[in-house]
Design a protein around this ligand. Structure first.
Ligand SMILES: Cc1cc2nc3c(=O)[nH]c(=O)nc-3n(C[C@H](O)[C@H](O)[C@H](O)COP(=O)(O)OP(=O)(O)OC[C@H]3O[C@@H](n4cnc5c(N)ncnc54)[C@H](O)[C@@H]3O)c2cc1C
Length: 432
């Protein structure tokens, strides 16, 4: 009789981790050795790589990421108020290596969907059976007349965390008491819908203690924004919103908040009805899918990647999946939590597709916290299901919801604690 001892079996299957899955899920054995290349190590890409490898350790998973480490935007508004350091938002990729993921520091410069190859600017090529693209967003600088990438060194967007966040913090620290901080908010859809309004609150928290004569003006092309009722309540309770002494002024689209042009010499923003002179100017430009999505012909006419919402496979190029901010899954907010939820759905679908199986019907989840003051937080949560008829991600009625507008001080304080544990949890889930 032919006998295979444990050591031989390990050699045949390629490692201890494979044993459980081969014995438990015979269809997965067929997929062993198949290659998945993931582009981008943010919450979308890192989570996809990790869950692909955990779901089928026999897969050969390569993560290509431009940076040495990832710097999270989420909770980066707390860096602007001085409540947290950028280091506390920085995470490396070593945690992913222990799952057997190959991490390559390089920039993907092309995807050939016919040959199933990814090329990098470092001159390497990687074959794939499936490719996952999670590059985040790129800015339409030119859409704001007078603004440009070069101008962002004087009027930072701070919408990608890193040097831009530190520059904006430094400018706020250097600003005189009695100065004006102007935020130019972007049109929909954009990364982190509540972000500009949380930013106003975080900066107001700093001004209230250090520069109480200063003002914050938000110029907005929109008349509505995420968690508006909760923000207005917080601004009113904490920063005098609605009174002549309010520290925060929000100029909606209907009130002329859309910006026509910016004079970068004088930091004067011409909105539709009035000019605003800034001492510190934060321009958050309109957004589109990250650069590689454009180079690889994955975008639609609006600049986002159309996908099958069940698998996140590109509507243009089979075998390529796009998740996170870059995808057109806009019924979910463009958030880190959405990116990570989409990554898990996508990883499960790829494992099934590589095994020749039809992926199951997914559900998705998002939660997003905002911190408006030291003991003042609130959140929105959504649970979603797949609507095959419309190829859309649809909210589940009765699931999720918002912090009540009449929440008690204890509840608002608790939400700040929840926000901070959410950060620890998503970092552990995605990168560790
Ligand atoms: C101020 C602010 C506050 C926020 N707060 C929250 C919050 O509280 N909760 C929440 O859930 N979300 C929040 N967000 C949103 C969140 O940051 C994004 O939605 C999330 O980061 C999207 O993840 P992603 O993986 O799609 O893209 P990203 O996080 O942008 O990651 C993309 C990665 O891909 C890499 N990359 C890009 N192109 C290439 C290439 N060609 N080759 C190799 N690597 C490449 C980049 O270096 C980057 O590391 C906030 C955002 C901002 C700006």
């Amino acid at each position: 009789m032919f006998k295979v001892n444990r050591r031989d079996f390990m050699k045949l299957t390629g490692g201890a981790a494979v044993v459980g899955s081969v014995l438990g899920m015979p269809h997965i054995a067929r997929a062993a050795g198949q290659k998945v290349v993931v582009i981008g190590g943010g919450p979308g890409g890192a989570t996809a790589a990790k869950y692909l490898k955990m779901g089928n350790p026999g897969l050969d998973v390569t993560l290509i990421e431009s940076g040495d480490s990832y710097v999270a935007c989420f909770l980066s508004n707390e860096v602007l108020s001085g409540e947290r350091t950028l280091e506390s938002l920085t995470v490396g990729f070593d945690g992913l290596k222990k799952y057997g993921i190959t991490v390559v520091k390089d920039t993907a410069s092309a995807i050939d969907p016919a040959a199933k190859k990814v090329t990098t600017s470092g001159g390497k090529t990687f074959d794939y059976d499936r490719c996952v693209v999670s590059p985040g967003v790129e800015f339409n600088y030119e859409a704001v007349v007078g603004y440009s990438e070069a101008a962002s060194h004087k009027a930072p967007h701070a919408w990608k965390a890193g040097p831009q966040t530190l520059l904006l913090r430094k400018q706020l620290e250097d600003m005189k008491d009695g100065g004006t901080f102007v935020i130019v908010a972007p049109p929909n859809p954009f990364r982190c819908p509540p972000g500009p309004y949380e930013r106003a609150a975080q900066v107001a928290m700093y001004f209230k203690h250090k520069k109480p004569k200063s003002k914050i003006i938000i110029l907005d092309p929109k008349d509505d924004f995420a968690k508006k009722g909760l923000f207005i309540k917080a601004w009113t309770s904490l920063y005098g919103y609605g009174t002549p002494d309010s520290m925060i002024k929000w100029v909606s689209g209907a009130d002329g908040g859309k910006v026509d042009k910016i004079d970068m010499e004088t930091l004067t923003v011409s909105a539709q009805t009035e000019d605003f002179k800034a001492d510190v100017l934060n321009v958050i430009p309109p957004q589109k899918a990250g650069h590689i999505a454009h180079v690889a012909d994955l975008v639609n006419e609006k600049g986002w990647c159309s996908v099958n919402k069940k698998t996140f496979e590109s509507s243009k190029h089979p075998g390529v999946h796009i998740i996170g901010d870059a995808s057109d899954a806009t019924t979910m907010p463009k958030s880190a939590y959405s990116a990570s939820s989409q990554a898990k759905v996508c990883a499960a679908a790829i494992i099934d597709l590589l095994a020749g199986k039809e992926p199951g019907d997914p559900s998705y989840v998002n939660t997003c916290y905002s911190i408006a003051g030291p003991d003042y937080g609130f959140s929105v949560a959504g649970v979603y299901t797949y609507d095959a008829e419309k190829n859309e991600i649809a909210g589940v009625k009765g699931a999720g919801g918002l912090t009540p507008v009449d929440a008690s001080p204890e509840m608002l304080k608790r939400e700040v604690g929840y926000a901070h544990s959410w950060l620890a949890n998503i970092v552990a889930d995605s990168w560790k």
